[in-house]
Design a protein around this ligand. Structure first.
Ligand SMILES: Cc1cc2nc3c(=O)[nH]c(=O)nc-3n(C[C@H](O)[C@H](O)[C@H](O)COP(=O)(O)O)c2cc1C
Length: 143
């Protein structure tokens, strides 16, 4: 089995409603668990940054589903790698009112409206998403 790690950023059409967040959490837990896909989804009012890890076919399949979701756009692949281990052994989802407060280290990742994951350098994006995971408000993993 080839383990892959995929990281993308996107812009939300609008801040995710509670019901949308719940639906995403519920489906993701069901599908990703069944496929052996783990990772972390970090959502702010304006952006999403997600890491998907697991068997290559499974990760690619989930990514294709996510890309087609009309709740976000400009879904942009930032990184695709074959790591030797997972950064995120379980699937998780976190919310942060402003990604800037969760990852305030670098002003160069900010634009006028706050943290912008599109500005993160590709080779730093794994560190950034790990930091976000540590500092974001975790969405309860109850479906
Ligand atoms: C930012 C974002 C991240 C998502 N991440 C996942 C995911 O990791 N796994 C998943 O199955 N669906 C995810 N979804 C939901 C899918 O886009 C889609 O709504 C869902 O898979 C539909 O599944 P269903 O047809 O079984 O209800 C995500 C949606 C958004 C907007």
């Amino acid at each position: 089995m080839k383990l892959v790690r995929l990281i993308y950023a996107s812009r939300l059409i609008a801040p995710l409603a509670k019901s949308d967040a719940k639906q995403i959490l519920k489906t993701s837990l069901r599908r990703n668990n069944a496929l052996g896909v783990t990772g972390y989804l970090c959502v702010s009012p304006t952006h999403a940054l997600q890491c998907l890890e697991g068997p290559r076919d499974a990760v690619n399949g989930v990514y294709n589903l996510v890309v087609a979701d009309k709740r976000h756009f400009e879904v942009t692949l930032l990184r695709y790698a074959e790591p030797w281990r997972r950064l995120f052994p379980v699937w998780g989802m976190g919310y942060t009112a402003d990604l800037a407060t969760a990852a305030p280290e670098s002003a160069r990742w900010h634009d006028a409206s706050g943290f912008n994951p599109f500005l993160v350098e590709t080779d730093l994006v794994e560190n950034v998403i790990e930091t976000l995971c540590e500092r974001s408000e975790q969405v309860e993993l109850r479906a």
